[in-house]
Design a protein around this ligand. Structure first.
Ligand code: PHE
Length: 339
């Protein structure tokens, strides 16, 4: 008897039904009036009383096993009917998880959105440029260190063809093409021959801006950049402009925003200064306007430029620039977005 029960247990464990009918036949074969298990329960009367305890237990275990098997196999068929069976690879894919935008894209879109709200349009230009659009038209003297092999990637040893080191080249192309008033923002990838570290990369993204019209002043620039800083980093943000130098602007400045992490008190993010450097800016040098065919006696303008990775680092407190390029899902999925 014990052996018969053991054989039946094996049979039940190995059973897999192919169709609902097959499953029903299995049920009848085991639990039906003349089923194998039913017959064993009938035979149980004849078991010697010393063995009753042990055999009764075995029979009950097999009965439970049969019931579980019937239930789980039946669920499989039910799920196929309602489309829930995950094992069926032919079912339509689940569209619940569409991914998220890259943080650099989120920051870039936000910057562009703020400036387009102020009437700026978005301009584009090539990543492979010539010396004129990246340097010469922007008033870089012929021997300026930025043209050096150290910073610039040149194409095939031809010093006239290079990867742009900033998107100011798009501003030059815009001025050559378009008469003032000009209001553009220029997003894009830029390339600099720098060692990769937590704070620098040889490829990064910029958004630069250019505003040219009659009587444009430094105060206009300051007000626009203050508006931008508050939209980007929060309404209580303060800005400060420090004198700086760029060949294409005069006067030039670097803009800091008050550190929103410590509220200006000083922390390790702002290196205990209360300020974070976010962009370069200045009044467009008359030489640049003239090089691009704009009368510098009639028109003035301002320009600014910022690194998108850097702004995104400040906004979301990302500590290492390399995270942006590694495509680690654990990093990327923290930036959920609907836009
Ligand atoms: N082109 C500068 C850079 O790459 C940024 C800048 C743009 C500064 C416009 C002033 C005016 O760093």
């Amino acid at each position: 008897m014990k052996e018969k029960i053991e054989q039946l247990r094996k049979k039940v464990e190995e059973f897999k039904s192919e169709t609902p009918q097959h499953l029903e036949e299995f049920r009848i074969r085991i639990l039906g009036k003349k089923g194998e298990l039913t017959e064993m329960f009938d035979e149980f009367k004849n078991v010697a009383s010393e063995e009753k305890r042990e055999i009764g237990k075995l029979l009950n275990e097999v009965k439970i096993l049969v019931q579980q098997k019937l239930k789980s196999q039946k669920e499989l068929f039910d799920n196929v009917e309602t489309g829930k069976n995950i094992a069926d690879k032919t079912l339509p894919a689940n569209a619940d998880n569409p991914g998220s935008r890259h943080p650099v894209n989120l920051a870039k879109n936000e910057i562009l959105e703020i400036f387009t709200r102020l009437g700026f349009t978005v301009a584009d230009g090539p990543e492979i440029e010539d010396d004129w659009h990246v340097f010469s038209a922007l008033n870089f003297p012929p021997n300026h260190p930025a043209r050096d092999m150290q910073d610039t990637f040149f194409i095939e040893q031809n010093p006239d063809i290079l990867l742009r080191t900033h998107t100011s080249s798009i501003q030059v192309r815009t001025m050559e093409r378009q008469k003032p008033p000009i209001r553009v923002v220029c997003p894009g990838r830029v390339f600099r021959n720098e060692a990769i570290s937590a704070r620098a990369h040889c490829i990064f993204h910029q958004v630069e801006g250019l505003y040219i019209d009659k009587n444009v002043s430094f105060a206009d620039m300051k007000q626009t950049l203050l508006y931008f800083a508050r939209e980007m980093f929060g309404e209580n943000t303060e800005i400060r402009l420090r004198p700086s130098f760029f060949p294409f602007t005069e006067p030039s400045a670097e803009m800091d925003v008050s550190c929103k992490i410590c509220g200006g008190k000083g922390c390790n993010i702002c290196k205990y200064t209360g300020w974070l450097e976010v962009l370069g800016c200045g009044i467009v040098d008359p030489n640049v306007l003239e090089a691009c065919g704009i009368d510098s006696k009639e028109y003035t303008g301002y320009a600014f430029g910022m690194g998108v990775e850097r702004l995104a680092m400040l906004k979301w407190q990302v500590k290492d620039l390399r995270l942006y390029f590694e495509n680690d899902v654990r990093f990327l999925e923290q930036f959920q977005s609907v836009i």
